[in-house]
Structures are given as C-alpha cells and as structure tokens.
Design a protein around this ligand. Structure first.
Ligand code: PNS
Length: 154
C-alpha cells in the first residue's frame, strides 16, 4: 500500500520525521508531498523544504519526497497513492483535519488515515519552531540537524 503524507513542512520538525518514519514501517511506500505555496507565508522555499526532507530520508528506500501544486487529490491520483495519512497532535488538530478528510473523500474517494503523534512530539509545530527561533530561542531538540543548520543560516 502506498500512502501520501502531505504538508507545508516549513520547516520539517522532529514530529513530522517521527510520523513519516513510523508510517514507512507500516506501509509499503510513503510519498511525502510538499505543498508549493502554503497559505501561510513560508520561511523556506519549496525547493529548500523538499531538499531538507530528501536529505533526512535519503537512506530510506520506501520514502520519496515530491512537491506539488493544486489540489491534493489530483496529486494523489497522479502518483497512484492508495490513501492519505495525517499525523494528529491533539484534539485541536482534529476538527480541521476531519473536515479536510471528508472533503478529500467527497472530491475523489480518497481515504484519510490518522496517526497519533508520539507523546514527546505532541507540542511540536513548525509555527512554534519558527517563532521560538525568531526570538533567539533554542530549537535544537525540536528539529533535525540539517534543519537547524538552515535555520541558523537564515
Ligand atoms: O502542513 P499543513 O500546512 O497543515 O498542510 C496542509 C495541506 C498542504 C495538507 C493542505 O493545505 C492541502 O491539502 N492543500 C492542497 C490544496 C487542497 O487540496 N485543498 C483542499 C483540501 S480539502
């Protein structure tokens, strides 16, 4: 079974890495879909966000990274994925994710599978990483090394 994990990944966090890695043990193939223009203004370009993820997973044969524009279901169809996977950190994520899951099913019959975040990453989000880093706080424990390097170069 091939699944698609979509997101902005601006930047990828240890929470994202955990969900993607765990999925790669459950499913045959994982495609990580990096959205080209997230609705929020992005800190990193699409190329850099995709590059960081590709670097992290370059040794994992069943994880691939691609960027996409437009509707998620069109990208999912084009890449022959069987289902969409989303990580959920807390119930606060649920309402919006539930709505998107129902919409994606309504649009193109794609099922969404929810994976709970590991407890140690339940509070980690890209937006908090950016905020903490912008005020000079330490995000060392929240992101992989290659992301930390890019944040420091920024
Ligand atoms: O990491 P994010 O920002 O929560 O990811 C959101 C994402 C990329 C999964 C969502 O915005 C999305 O699917 N965008 C593609 C456009 C689309 O299909 N919109 C309708 C969703 S029902």
């Amino acid at each position: 079974m091939k699944v698609l994990i979509p997101g902005s990944f601006d930047p990828p966090t240890n929470g994202h890495i955990d969900v993607i890695t765990r999925c790669s043990k459950v499913f045959d193939e994982v495609l990580v879909g990096v959205i080209v223009n997230p609705s929020k203004e992005s800190l990193f370009s699409t190329d850099v966000r995709s590059e960081m993820l590709s670097e992290i997973f370059n040794k994992k044969k069943n994880i691939n990274v691609k960027s996409f524009e437009g509707l998620l279901v069109d990208f999912a169809k084009k890449n022959n994925v069987n289902a969409i996977v989303k990580g959920l950190r807390a119930m606060t994520d649920f309402d919006y994710e539930f709505q998107m899951a129902q919409m994606n099913f309504n649009l193109a019959d794609f099922e969404t599978i929810f994976i709970p975040a590991s407890p140690e990453y339940g509070y980690v989000s890209s937006s908090l990483v950016k905020e903490i880093h912008s005020y000079g706080g330490d995000v060392n424990e929240l992101v992989p090394d290659n992301v930390l390097r890019r944040l420091k170069d920024d």
